[in-house]
Design a binder for this molecule. Structure first.
Ligand code: FEO
Length: 384
């Protein structure tokens, strides 16, 4: 696959993986992207996951033939991109490694050497000329590790964006970009909105015509669409006007309340209502929805003087990703001493700019006339 006249895709598709980064289900696999710039000097951009050494080295050979790379550029040290650095060095002992100072420290941790005999340290706007192409290296700390750099090829106006603008899914997966890019972004980079905003500001000063991320498709059309979504996500704005109802239920009574609220909202003409059973859905989808929509209702049972474990896990996922700027409604259930509302509010105490609805729905075991009326009031409040 040609990205430009002399830039080639040499990455791989992973259709075997069960959990990406040890936790995310990826029904359509993953791609680990790597690129070869074949100029007067040859640069390989990043490596791939450890399971694909032979395929990746084979892809490089197919593109280069008898030529040898001069540089291996490492934008990010997470092993899905860095695992084959030592294998590359064994294959191409003459090549230099181009990366950030922090990345070389991490190489020492991963490989027992920082490759000091072949290091080229780059960061704040350092450049590397390959002949026709000139690469400029820009730091992008915490997008989403501290050592990350991105690079810009001023000749073909390409941004090699590291994990930014990546998505779940192999390159041959036919699926909506935003759906799996959002789940990827919120799950993996979501905590680091401020750092992504800094990167977007740096990118705004560049004439970018193509984005080459480390995962997912190469983006070369309608870049404003992707940049706008990244701006929304990284500034924790509401992307879609809607309510997400996230619930756990032990015997089905809290579930009944959650579904009844969804029906009420739909009957009142609310444009979008998403419902997630936290014990059964993909937790990353539920987290994605929580950040996507402007309003959220948390419905759970009191359990061991606490809340049901899936809700605790869910709220932890939200708060550790800087959850903010939302309207929050609460439904609590408890047969003799309901505590869930108090516990959930305490868990969300440090989240910025949350507005709790005036109505909290209290269920004592099962919905009755009183709690049903509270649900109706909550639905009205959410529709305002
Ligand atoms: Fe795709 Fe942060 O590694």
């Amino acid at each position: 696959m040609n990205i430009a006249k002399d830039i080639f895709y040499v990455g791989v598709n992973d259709r075997q993986i069960d959990l990406f980064e040890g936790q995310y289900i990826v029904p359509n696999g993953m791609s680990y992207n790597s690129y070869a710039i074949v100029d007067e000097k040859i640069a390989i951009m990043d490596t791939v996951d450890a399971a694909f050494t032979e395929e990746w080295l084979g892809n490089i050979k197919t593109v280069l033939g008898d030529k040898k790379p001069d540089y291996l550029v490492i934008h990010h040290m997470e092993p899905d991109h860095s695992a084959n650095i030592a294998n590359f060095v064994n294959e191409y002992p003459e090549a230099k490694i181009v990366s950030s100072a922090k990345a070389f420290s991490m190489m020492k941790n991963f490989f027992g050497t920082d490759f000091s005999d072949r290091q080229i340290v780059v960061g704040g706007n350092d450049t590397l000329s390959l002949g026709r192409h000139e690469l400029t290296f820009v730091t992008a700390p915490m997008v989403h590790w501290p050592e990350v750099i991105v690079s810009y090829d001023s000749t073909d106006k390409i941004l090699f964006s590291a994990d930014a603008f990546g998505k779940f899914g192999a390159l041959d997966a036919e699926e909506d970009w935003a759906c799996e890019a959002r789940r990827y972004y919120i799950g993996i980079v979501g905590k680091y909105g401020a750092q992504v905003q800094l990167l977007l500001k740096k990118a705004a000063g560049l004439d970018i015509q193509t984005i080459c991320p480390l995962h997912g498709p190469i983006l070369s059309e309608n870049l404003g669409y992707y940049l706008n979504l990244y701006n929304i996500w990284s500034s924790y704005q509401t992307e879609t006007d809607g309510v997400v109802i996230a619930y756990t239920s032990v015997y089905g009574n809290t579930k009944k309340a959650a579904l009844k609220l969804a029906e009420m909202l739909k009957a009142k003409g609310y444009p979008k209502v998403a419902v997630n059973d936290l014990a059964r859905c993909d937790m990353a989808e539920a987290v994605e929805d929580a950040f996507r929509y402007g309003k959220i209702v948390l419905a759970t049972t009191t359990y061991n003087g606490e809340i049901f474990p899936f809700m605790r896990e869910f709220i932890n996922h939200l708060t550790e990703r800087n959850f903010q700027n939302k309207t929050v409604g609460i439904i609590e259930n408890g047969s003799w001493a309901p505590l869930a509302a108090k516990v959930m509010k305490e868990m969300l105490e440090k989240s910025k700019n949350l507005t709790f609805t005036e109505t909290t729905v209290k269920i004592m075991s099962a919905l009755n006339a009183e709690s049903s009326a509270q649900l109706e009031t909550l639905a009205d409040e959410l529709c305002k």
